[in-house]
Design a binder for this molecule. Structure first.
Ligand code: FEO
Length: 389
């Protein structure tokens, strides 16, 4: 992909990573991803905002082949999918300064070899005049690392938002269509959800700017920023929905019987429910479901005396993602071993949930066990009613 103009004097660079299928050695990328960089030219100086993942760095360097001068390399975020080509870019442009928050500069120095005396730390609200174009740097920590900033281009009303508002979506479309909603929600769920309280404050800073365009570092840019700003406000701030998510594993069918019965019992009570068999689940799909659900119920058989490892890792991940769920339930089937509910609950100390009475079954569920599942469904219905859901 060649450089592509988004406005007069502002160009997209970077790479569309069509075939990448895993991020952070964990997150599935069913639709690939992209690494967006931006070249902003003033009458006096030129800035390159972010770089690209080193695996695609040759594409960025080819795009820069006929760019004779870059005065500033802006690093919004130290993660290597955007910063990884900074050493090569600084080598290509020996006159360029590396602009970032002080913490980002320190982290970059940890993560890669940088030439000495090129760093240019910027404070929150500090500006940089390119000649007719002014970049304002807004520190926005925890979207999703602690060092991050975004850049506001006042004259064109463009917000370069780094990972915030991004989507893992490989597409030749420079600008978002309605199709980006699900990939953007998935990205929010996987990356941003743990920091939603801070993101709500960042949204309060961004909204009054009334950006005409938002350019994130993954996925297409937004010519209608209200689309993504409204979506983020809802994901971050709306109360949890009358919905139940059930991550589970079943080895020989007993746990699946519990799950099937809970799904039926909740459905009979008018409560939307999504079961996720963790042996075939895409973790991104599960993360999206966790964005809105008021209750999550984990179900596991005993595996060597404890919870199944797939359920263990998912419970740990759910704790890390910090969804807005208010209630957690546990169901387990075992003929030996136990304390599955307690061990799973202990993996999620970050979740501020009320733990519902667990359903613990010895072997194959019988009538009284299924009655206990009905009781769990009734409790969930009662709790959700109290929510107004
Ligand atoms: Fe896209 Fe946090 O890097």
């Amino acid at each position: 992909m060649n450089r592509r103009p988004i406005l007069e004097g502002i160009e997209w660079l970077g790479a569309i990573d069509w075939n990448r299928r895993l991020f952070d050695a964990l997150i599935p990328l069913p639709e690939g991803t992209s690494y967006n960089a931006w070249l902003v030219r003033g009458t006096e100086r030129t800035a390159l905002l972010d770089t690209a993942d080193p695996t695609t760095g040759h594409l960025l360097m080819a795009q820069l082949a006929d760019v004779e001068r870059v005065d500033y390399v802006i690093a919004h975020h130290a993660e290597q999918d955007h910063s990884g080509m900074i050493p090569a870019v600084l080598a290509r442009y020996p006159e360029a300064k590396l602009v970032a928050t002080p913490r980002c500069l320190a982290m970059l120095a940890d993560l890669m070899d940088l030439p000495p005396d090129r760093a240019m730390p910027v404070k929150d609200g500090e500006t940089l005049d390119l000649g007719g174009r002014t970049l304002t740097f807004m520190h926005m920590p925890w979207v999703h690392w602690p060092e991050t900033m975004v850049t506001w281009l006042e004259q064109d009303r463009v917000l370069f938002s780094c990972d915030l508002f991004g989507s893992h979506l490989a597409t030749a479309d420079l600008f978002a269509t309605a199709d980006v909603y699900e990939p953007a929600k998935r990205y929010y769920a996987e990356i941003m959800m743990p920091f939603r309280a801070l993101i709500a404050k960042h949204l309060d800073r961004i909204a009054p700017l009334e950006p005409a365009m938002i350019c994130p570092s993954h996925g297409p840019a937004y010519r209608d920023p209200a689309f993504i700003l409204t979506a983020y406000r809802e994901w971050v701030s709306a109360p949890p929905a009358n919905r139940v998510v059930i991550p589970y594993v079943s080895m020989h069918g007993s746990t699946a019987m519990l799950v099937d019965h809970l799904v039926a019992s909740l459905t009979d009570r008018g409560i939307p429910v999504q079961p996720f068999d963790l042996t075939v689940t895409d973790l991104g799909d599960l993360a999206v479901a966790l964005v809105d659900a008021a209750t999550v119920v984990f179900a596991s058989p005993a595996f060597l005396g404890g919870a199944h490892p797939l359920v263990v890792s998912t419970a740990y991940l759910a704790g890390c993602l910090k969804p807005k769920a208010l209630y957690a339930g546990f169901m387990s089937s075992s003929s030996w071993g136990g304390k599955i509910a307690d061990s799973l609950a202990a993996l999620m100390p970050q979740l501020k949930v009320e733990v519902l009475p667990p359903v613990t079954v010895k072997g194959m569920p019988r009538a009284d066990d299924l009655a206990a599942v009905d009781a769990l469904a009734a409790t969930i219905a009662e709790k959700h009613q109290a929510l107004g859901g």
